[in-house]
Design a protein around this ligand. Sequence first.
Ligand SMILES: Nc1ncnc2c1ncn2[C@@H]1O[C@H](COP(=O)(O)OP(=O)(O)O)[C@@H](O)[C@H]1O
Ligand SMILES: [Mg+2]
Length: 232
Amino acid sequence: MSDAVLRTRKVRKEFGTGAGRVRAVDDIDLEIAAGETVAVMGPSGCGKSTLLHLLGGLQRPTGGEIELGGRRVDTMSERGLARLRRDRIGFVFQAFHLMPELTAVENVEMPALLAGRSPRAARTAALELLDRTGLADRAGHLPSALSGGQRQRVAVARALCAEPLVVLADEPTGNLDSAATTEILRLFDRLHRTGQTLVIVTHDARIAGIADRILSMRDGALVDQTLLAEAA
Ligand SMILES: Nc1ncnc2c1ncn2[C@@H]1O[C@H](COP(=O)(O)OP(=O)(O)O)[C@@H](O)[C@H]1O
Ligand SMILES: [Mg+2]
């Protein structure tokens, strides 16, 4: 076994039955090493989100195997999956998914509280993360009082608060303008340098540019792997 944080073997996801059956993810073999940043690209509908949902235990595969941190995800109980999502995985979505009635720091500390950290430890960690994401002065603001880029930085800070093995981001800049995309780009680049394992689904070549590796998907399958380090 290598030091892979995430590994899939012939992972597959089908939706529907009979003639309406869609194979959204088609027998993908994948290994993502600790500290690696991987970008997933491909046309709309090719299965990027479904792959991310499988990797993060948000959906179960129809076939194949998934391992996270050496543990089988595909055979895990619902309880086990919920715990895995809470403790080991940080999710970042296109639409931010912040709780509108909670302040920035309350949003960020939520995963740490759910993971059983003391309120004081969770608050300290959340404030430090907001500081790292350049939002120390926005800790008490509600999401509605933040710009799109700031909201997504809060969402990234939240994804990091329980110190996940891997951060999975699904088109994190899809709702952002160019300036805000730059903010998120810088943040992911810094995370990459600190050794955080990242999987980022993106249409943005600038975001993909910070990755160690770009996975290209088409019709549910991986079609190409570009090793940027080798190309350089
Ligand atoms: N819950 C679902 N039920 C039925 N079909 C789905 C579902 N989720 C995704 N699909 C289908 O699976 C394929 C891949 O979708 P998706 O993973 O969202 O692609 P992408 O993120 O690359 O745009 C598409 O054909 C989509 O319509
Ligand atoms: Mg998608």
